[in-house]
Structure formats: C-alpha cells, structure tokens
Design a protein around this ligand. Structure first.
Ligand code: 1HN
Length: 347
C-alpha cells in the first residue's frame, strides 16, 4: 500500500476500528483477500462413497426442517465461506433410497436435476409427477412445489444445481413447506411432455412464463438428437456437438437463471481453446478424456466425475473415447444483462 498512510498511527488505528465496527472502510485500506473461484475436479468414487455413507448415517426424516434432503454439496475450495460451487450456483448430489420420500416444499431458488444412477424414482413438480431415468434432465423452476420419492428397489442418485447464491445475493430467498410428503397431483404423468415437447403447442398457450413447461427432458431423446446430428453435422471446433436445453415456447433457455447443455465429443477429438464469461460446472455422462483449463490445470476425467471451470479461462477438451458432457452455468442471466461474452480459439 501507499507509503502516505502510517498504519502504526494510533489515531488511524482507532479510526479503522470504529469504521470496521460500523461496516465502513477507508478507500486507502487494502481489500481483505477476496475468495476466488478455483478450477476443481471431484472424482465420482469419492462423492459416491460419501453419499452412500450418508445414506447409512443420515436418515431423511432427521435432516433439518429447511431442507429435508440428503445431498452432498460440492464446495469450491475457493468459496468455502459460501459453500457454493461457483459464485452463482450451488451444486450437490442427492441420494433417495428405496422407500424414501423427500417432503414437498418450494423455494425461490430454482433447481435442475440430472440423473446419475437409478431408474424409477420420481419427482413431482407443480401437480405432475415424472419417473426419472439415467441422464434425464429435470427442472424445478423457482417457486414450484416439488417432492421426490423412490418406489423402485434401487437407490436413486442425481445431481442438483441450484441458483441459491444468486437468489441470496439479491436477498430474495423465500421457502415454504407444504406439510406433506407428497403434493396433490392434477395432471397425469407425461402430460407436459405430450403437450409441449412434440413441436406443437396448445393453440391458446400464452408465452411469457419464465420457465419451460416441459420439466423432464428424457436422456433417450437428447442422446438421439446428438446421434442424429453426428450423422450430418460438422463438428464445432470448440464444442464438438453441443445442444442447449430450451424452452419450447420461446426458444430461450429452459429456466431463466440456469442454462444447461449436453455435448458430444467423438473419440480422439480435441477442441480448440474456448472461453466464456460464465463459470461452468461439467458432469461427465459417458466416456473419458481430459480438459485443460487455462495454462495450469489439466483434469483427466471418467464417467460421473464433475469439474468446475472458472470464468474466462480457456477450455480445451480432448476425448479419449466418445464422451458426453452435461454442463450448466449462469450464462442465461449474463445474456439477459448483456454481459455474456465468448472468445473462440484465441484463449
Ligand atoms: C433442495 O430443495 C433440493 O429439492 C436439493 O431436492 C438440494 C440444496 C439446498 C437447498 C435446497 C431438492 C438443495 C435444496
């Protein structure tokens, strides 16, 4: 810092003390070290063993009132004070064992799910249930009632991505419990996909809802879309083939605060360097490979590993086998605010 300020001066020390007590700081004072988002890779076997252990020692019914969810949170090593994964996203991995139910609640934070393991558990969102399978992308837009249950005989595990840090930053957090494990259902299963997910819309449907009316994007369809593209489409040098989960009503992102993508990289493919202003979380759905982040980090990944890449660091993926990556970020918010930018091939 500048020599002009003598920090040993007792009067200055006293001034600093009083200012600190009153949430004030002098322009001349150095900033406290700021927490910093870091690149990080979480290996699936470690997450999995902690999650399964939590399944033994943490009973769903015993978890505190606010959450009643058994999730293991992925805490960015640079953001431990916030327990968040990026500055805007809190990500966790959730286990629902056979016979368990996660009670019905709603909150202003929005959530996405991406199913990692299991088949046949359900999530219900605002009056409709969906039975989930591996790779399904399910959304729980802000303030929608949601509960989960597993009536199958296998454990069900999925990734949760929530915009909690963003909602908290805006001081707009609300939550409430229905007081029931299960919400009343008003539509048959599959209704939303049938109405809105076929390239058709009910004739009088009014656009303008902030989130997609489709709330389960089944993996079988998304994966088939990638395979169909692979037969005809040129590989994008930065992304391979990359699809965006879209709201069929307006073509925008599926939710107003979290953007999500699914991408295919063929065996042997190496992407050109790419950077964008959104810090992104990547979850490996299929295959193995390597990702370079900036000049210093190289992550070697396999199925179900999860990594986070900070904003504006050049990313280069290389696929050892055919690989599918699911990723999500706050890109949609940045786009709406005119902040989002990307740099193809120069980073
Ligand atoms: C939540 O409500 C769910 O509904 C998952 O499954 C993870 C993490 C923090 C706060 C609320 C869920 C969550 C959460």
């Amino acid at each position: 810092m500048s020599e002009a300020v003598n920090t040993d001066d007792p009067r200055l020390k006293e001034l600093h003390r009083i200012m600190a007590e009153n949430s004030l700081a002098g322009h001349w004072q150095p900033r406290q070290p700021a927490p910093e988002l870091r690149s990080h890779l979480w290996r699936w076997p470690v997450i999995y063993s902690c999650l399964m252990e939590s399944g033994e020692v943490v009973k769903l019914g015993h978890i505190d009132e606010a959450a009643k969810r058994r999730t293991v949170q992925l805490v960015n090593p640079g953001l431990t004070a916030f327990k968040s994964t990026t500055r805007t996203i809190q990500m966790s991995v959730q286990l629902v064992k056979p016979g368990e139910r996660a009670e019905c609640h709603r909150h202003t934070a929005a959530a996405l799910r991406f199913v990692v393991e299991g088949d046949g558990a359900y999530t219900a969102v605002d009056g409709e249930r969906t039975t989930m399978a591996e790779g399904d992308f399910v959304i729980t837009p802000h303030w929608t009632w949601h509960d989960h249950g597993n009536e199958s005989d296998r454990a069900m595990i999925w990734l949760d991505g929530l915009d909690i840090p963003m909602v908290q930053m805006l001081d707009a957090s609300f939550a409430e419990r229905l007081g029931e494990n299960r919400q009343p259902l008003s539509r048959p299963e599959g209704d939303s996909l049938a109405r809105y997910g076929q390239g058709l819309l009910p004739v009088d449907h009014e656009p303008g809802a902030p989130a997609s009316p489709v709330f389960n994007y089944p993996y079988a369809r998304s994966r088939e879309a990638l395979e169909a593209m692979r037969r005809r489409e040129a590989w994008d040098p930065c992304h391979g083939l990359k699809l965006r989960y879209a709201n069929p009503v307006d073509g925008g992102h599926a939710m107003p605060t979290i953007a999500a993508h699914l991408q295919l990289l063929p065996a042997g493919f190496e992407t050109a360097s790419y950077r964008a202003t959104d810090a992104a979380v990547f979850a490996v759905v299929e295959g193995s490979g390597e990702t370079r982040i900036g000049d210093e980090t190289v992550f070697s990944w396999g199925p179900r590993d999860i990594f986070v890449a900070p904003s504006w660091h050049g990313l280069r993926h290389s696929a050892r086998t055919d690989a599918v990556l699911f990723s999500f970020s706050d890109r949609v918010v940045q786009e709406k605010l005119g902040l989002w930018r990307e740099d193809r091939g120069n980073a």
